[in-house]
Design a protein around this ligand. Structure first.
Ligand code: BGC
Length: 466
């Protein structure tokens, strides 16, 4: 079997970096509210209810953005939708940063949320359709790295503007990456795989040539070979699509119900509950969590394509379940021994690190890989909506759970959900390293579902040559 080694070129890295700006926006615009809300609360005299609405407006918007855009991304293409999305980011940011009333602010935040919901899956999808198979995991995961960097950046900006102007500047700074995304996307090509699906093989070939050089012809032939004449939303009900929907939606829900955003959104609260008090606790919570996140995601980048998706997911989830168990034990004895707060702190950091090298990047990667081309956008959008929907439920219920059953039992629930998720992944989720998107589609059509859809078939050498 001939195995061509596609090298990464600078054109390709440029595409990934511009697309990853949307990851920065995702992270920035979700993270920034934690600092800004303290000032907004004073300016608009928020009640606990309006406070909750302002904070969760982005989550609601993201859910709507994801569910509404699935057919658009297959119809308009990845590039055009990302351009529209950048405009939405700009409009939402301007509206919320200049809002003169609470309703304008909420509308602006919902708009930003819609933009985040679209960006969260269209950028990984776009990168995965352009990347050579052997680098696809690392390149798509750069997007998750961008999300964590965006969160860290929002913490730093919040910290800076505490004494220099307040919430309007905190929210308004998001305009910078949004304008960068808009300008950058104008100059980038669309996904060659999407172009093929619209019957524009010559344009697809021109782009493939810039990415794959001499292998472009073979690449185009593979993509065309995997084309099916049918292809609309009705395909979602086809037998061979069911398993992809179960895996995509399953992974998307798992990423949220194992509790990541209780820590991202409420880290200072949890730190206080564990016995750390005062401003040092807040700084530790925000910076420490952000830093561990970035480092663990960087560690994941080379491993995703070498060790593979499944081992990282399984090790990561096991680590998350154990650290949540430990956190639960630490909280059940809170206040009895001073060292327990350090156990709580360490288990939170281990939990974050385990998420950072597993579920964080791999969920977004896999939902961009498993669906057949003709409904890839739609499939991704359904999984993404499930992700934002469960994010919202966890964010809205977390504080009440803590109040009614205590921190120890609450974290025990997330621990149990992590164990169930581990079993789901062990029994159902395929390994997709080294396999082309076309071969996955070929497998599905041949009746290889769930774990088997990632099987590399050596009788199709052309499909796996990267
Ligand atoms: C998740 C977000 C989370 C973020 C943290 C993403 O993969 O979807 O819900 O806030 O990671 O970096």
């Amino acid at each position: 079997m001939e195995v061509h080694q596609n090298k990464l070129n600078s054109f390709f890295l440029l595409i990934t970096s511009v697309a990853a700006l949307s990851g920065i926006l995702f992270g920035y615009d979700t993270g920034v509210i934690s600092g800004a809300i303290l000032f907004i609360k004073k300016d608009f005299q928020l009640t606990p209810q309006t406070n909750g609405i302002v904070v969760s407006a982005v989550l609601l918007g993201a859910f709507l953005g994801a569910i509404m855009s699935g057919r658009l991304v297959d119809r308009l293409g990845r590039k055009r939708l990302l351009i529209i999305d950048a405009i939405l980011f700009i409009a939402g940011t301007l509206l919320s940063a200049s809002a003169s009333s609470i309703s304008f602010l909420i509308t602006g935040r919902i708009l930003v949320g819609i933009a985040i919901g679209i960006a969260s899956y269209v950028a990984p999808l776009y990168i995965s359709e352009i990347a050579p198979a052997r680098y696809r995991g690392a390149l798509v995961s750069l997007n998750q790295l961008a999300i964590t960097l965006g969160i860290l950046l929002s913490y730093v900006v919040d910290y800076f503007f505490v004494n220099h102007g307040g919430w309007r500047f905190m929210l308004g700074t998001g305009i910078v990456p949004a304008v960068g995304l808009l300008l950058g996307m104008f100059f980038l090509p669309d996904s060659p795989r999407w172009m093929c699906s619209r019957g524009d093989a010559p344009s697809a070939f021109a782009i493939l040539k810039r990415i794959h050089g001499a292998h472009a012809e073979q690449e185009l032939a593979d993509i065309q070979k995997s084309m099916t004449p049918e292809g609309n939303w009705k395909m979602l009900f086809a037998r061979h699509i069911k398993s992809t929907l179960i895996i995509g939606v399953g992974l998307a829900i798992i990423q949220q119900i194992t509790g990541i955003n209780t820590i991202i959104y409420y880290a200072p609260t949890i730190f206080n509950l564990a016995g750390f008090e005062g401003p040092t606790a807040a700084i530790l919570a925000t910076m420490g969590v952000g830093l561990v996140f970035v480092v663990s995601t960087i560690i994941a980048l080379p491993l995703i394509d070498t060790l593979g998706r499944r081992p990282l997911l399984l090790i990561g989830l096991l680590g998350m379940a154990l650290s949540l168990g430990l956190l639960s034990i630490a909280f059940s004895h809170a206040g009895t021994f001073p060292f327990l707060k350090w156990i709580a702190l360490s288990s939170m950091l281990i939990y974050i690190a385990c998420f950072g090298f597993s579920l964080g990047p791999i969920m977004w990667l896999m939902i961009a890989e498993i669906y057949p081309l003709k409904i890839r956008g739609l499939g991704c959008s359904i999984a993404t909506a499930a992700n934002w929907g469960s994010n919202m439920i966890v964010a809205l219920t977390f504080l009440s759970l803590i109040e009614y059953m205590g921190a120890s039992h609450t974290f025990l629930i997330y621990c149990l959900l992590s164990i169930i998720s581990l079993l789901f992944i062990y029994y159902l989720v395929p390994e997709t390293k080294d396999i082309t998107l076309e071969q996955i589609e070929e497998n599905l059509r041949a009746g290889l579902y769930f774990k088997k859809m990632g099987q590399i078939n050596l009788t199709f050498p052309a499909l796996n040559r990267e």
